[in-house]
Each structure stands twice: as C-alpha cells, then as structure tokens.
Design a binder for this molecule. Sequence first.
Ligand code: ADP
Length: 525
Amino acid sequence: MMKQEHKRTMGRLVNMHVERKKLYLSLLILTLSTFIGFLFFQLGFNDSNIIMLYLLAVFLIAIITANRIYSIIFSFISVLIFNYFFTFPLLSLSAYDSGYPMTFVIMFTVAFVTSTLAAKIQQNSHFSALIAQRTRILLETNQMLQKEITKEGIIQKGCEQLYKLLKRDIVFYPYSEHELQEVYVYPPQTSEHFKDVLSDEIHVARWVAKHNRHGGASTDYLPNSKYLYLAVRADHNVYGVLGIYLDKEQLDSYENDILLAILGEIAFALEIEHINDEKKQSELKAKNEQLRADLLRSISHDLRTPLTSISGNADMLVSKEQELAQKDRLQLYEDIYDDSLWLINLVENLLSITRMEEGAIRLKLEPQMIEDILYEALKHVSRKKKEHHLHVQIDDDLLMADMEAHLIIQVIINLVDNAIKYTPQGSNITLHAYQKEDMVTIEVYDDGAGIPDDKKEHIFDKFYRGNTKIVDSKRSLGLGLALCKSIVHSHGGEIHVMDRIPHGAMFYFTLPATKLKLEEHGEVS
Ligand code: ADP
C-alpha cells in the first residue's frame, strides 16, 4: 500500500510538471510573437499584421493548453502587450488614437472566441481519444473474460484488468450460498497491514453483498473505510463483492465509468459461468437418474427370468420328484445351478461396477501366476462351456502379472461367458497369454460370428447390447464389458476388441507384468 501511495504522489507530480511546461511554452510563444511584432514594427508593417500575429499566438496557446482560463488570460495579456509596445504613445497603456479602444475590444473578442473554439476542439479530440480507449479496453476485457471458463479465471482476469486501468489494489470476495467466500487479492503480494484492513472491513463487504449496493470509501455507508466496495451483480443475483483501495481519494468520472463497465462485464461472465454450471449439473443429474432407471429396469427384467426358472424347476422337483426320470431330474438340477451361477455373476458384476464408479475400490495389487488365474476363472464360467471347445495356451509357464486376483478373474469370466453366449455350439474358444516387454497380454478369442465394426466402438459402454442373437437365452445386461474396461484400466492396462480371421471376435487386455526382484533372491542373471 505504501507503494501505491508513492505511485499516486508520483502521478500528481507528473501532472504538475506537465502543466508548468504548458505555461512556459505559452509564455515563449507570446515572447516570440512580441519579437516578431517588433520586427514588423521596424519594417513599418501595418498594425493589423501585428494584431494577426497575436491572434495566431493566442490560437496556438489554446491548442497547446486546451484550457479556457488560459485562453482568457492570454487573450487579455496579448491585448495589453499590443497596446503597451505597439500603439502610440509607445511603452504606455494609454492610446492616442480614438479608434484603439474599439480595436482592443475586437482584438480581445476575436482572440478569446478563436482560442476558446480551439481549446474546445482540442478537448473534444481528447474526449474522443478517451472514449476510443475506453471502448478498446472494454472490448479487450470482454474478449479476455469470454475466454475464461472457470469462475476463478474470470475473477483473476477481471481484477488484473481493473488493476491495470485504475492502478489501485483490488480485492474480490466471491459470493455464494449467502456467504462471502475466500477473498482474492490483486496484486497477489499482500502485506500484513493490508490483511488487517481487509479483516477490519469485511463487514462492509458483507453489507454490500446483502443489500446489493455500494458501500465503504466515497459512499454514504461507512465512508471512512479504506476500500470502496461494489456488488458484482447481474439480474439481482450477486456474484461477488469487489473492493478498490481508495483511502480518502475519489475516482474521477472516467475511472468511475470504466469501473462500472468492467464490473458489468465481470458480472455477465460470472452469470454465464453460473448458468453453464447449473446446466451441467442438471444434465449430470438427469444422466445419473436415467442410468439408475435403466439399471433398475434391466436388473428387474433380467433377474425375473432366471428366478422364475429356478422357482419353476424347484417346484417341479418338490412336487413331482418321484415321477421324474433320473435324466430329467438331473437336467432340472443343472438348470437351477446354471441360473444361480448366472445370478451370482450378475450380482458380482453389479457390485464391482458400482464400487468402481464410486472410487471405493482400492486395488491391492499382488503378483499372480497367470495359469492359476485362468483355470480359476474357467471353474466359474457358464456350464454351457461343455458345448464349446475351450483351449488354453500360456507361452511361459511362469508368466506372472500384478493384479487383484478376484477382479481379473471376473474379467476373464465375463469374456469367456460372452464367447460362450454369442457363438454357436461347438465353437472354439481360446485363452492365450503371453508377455511383451513389461506387459502381459491375455487374449480371449472365438470363431463365432464376430462383432461388426460399427458396434465395436460401443460394446464397452454401459448397457450396450449389440442385438446379437443370443444362442442360449435372452440374458444380457450390457454391463459385462463396461466392467471389464473399468477393472483393466484401474490396473493400468488396456482392453480392446478385434476381428479374427476368417471370423470370430478377439478380446485382449494387458496387465503390468510382475518384475521379479532378483536381488531379493540373491540371484544375478
Ligand atoms: P451383455 O453380454 O450383457 O449384453 P456385454 O457388455 O458383456 O453385455 O457385451 C456387450 C455386447 O457385445 C453384447 O451384447 C454382444 O452384442 C457383444 N459381444 C460381446 N462379446 C461377444 C462375442 N464374443 N461375440 C460376439 N458379440 C459379442
């Protein structure tokens, strides 16, 4: 703040210096005119030439000073000098010729009128320069603020721009939920003294936000404050309170205009940001609600089919067990087992996907043998696997990757179950694992119908079911691959799908290979 005080004193000194320079220049012009007047006088030129000379001088002075007071004073002085030096009796303020007083009056009037006009023109051009500058600044601010998409960005740019223009410290309290939020100060390097002032005056800022009016320095409300506080508002919504360090000084009308215009720009930018934010929130809410509704609808529908079949089969077993042939009984038991396995996997998937999305899962990565993981997964895949030919190929028996085992097992179950579900009986399904650089790749591929290119980009989306004719039943939630993707990504791997030649789909995903710490085993190889 000391620095700011110093800057303002400097500003005043510069102004005084400029004014003094104008005065000296005006005196110089008048002196020069008098010299030239003498020359004209010596050469025997007519009085009117000398009068014209003085008119020219006063005109020039008016252009330089652009001030009416100077015009009056110098018009008057030029008449006096003309009278004193160039009318008889010389070197006296009286005049013999009876026509002279009239000459003086006309000379003064002409000098005064022309110089006033010149000063006015000068002032007008000064004003238009100011207006042009103001328009440029506002346009620049407007463009700057439009580029900012965050609230913080808008506030920072707005304060920066105001500081550049007014050369006064700026503070900004964002206002939301009927509270002033943490203050933003510009320039950021603040002194302790400055912070004390702010905490002393925070009630003024609160008052301004609450009453949506100006307060503090130079206003009716607590004028002794160091800062002038203004509400940043648009359409009766207050988005913040802006403070300008005035400390007893006043803003001139130009500064005031600029301030109000920029304040309007900031408020407008904040309002747009606010509207966009609300729109985003409601879109998100609507999307979440839609997702929830979809999920509920799918689940209730999908749960009903296997549950009805379980209860129907169980009912049959309870009521007609004796009458049923051994073969049919076994079929019913198998169907119940199948349906419950499917239900367990569905619930597992649902639980994992919600936990993944809430970020509740903290992975505990541990080195695992790929072989163990593949065979463990195959134990849980659909019983229909018997109707397909399953092959497992592991390039290195000791292949290991870092993973949370039950999640990766779930990925493999989903991929193999899909391959069983979406290929005809007797199809081949292969699991192939190998290491490339520091990643392990696991492929699950089949020789079924494959997946058309336009579907490939959606199959990892939640609730996407690609209308494939499901061979064994209608059970499809469109969640399996979405979950696989979340799990693999959370492990730092990638998952993709591609075609098999001549037909079929190949899903493959990567996991970080376990780095064997040889030194721990004391081996060097
Ligand atoms: P769901 O199987 O419950 O429909 P998924 O997310 O597991 O959901 O699969 C999404 C879609 O991808 C499936 O509906 C199916 O159209 C397609 N798909 C997945 N795996 C295969 C496959 N091996 N062969 C053909 N289509 C498949």
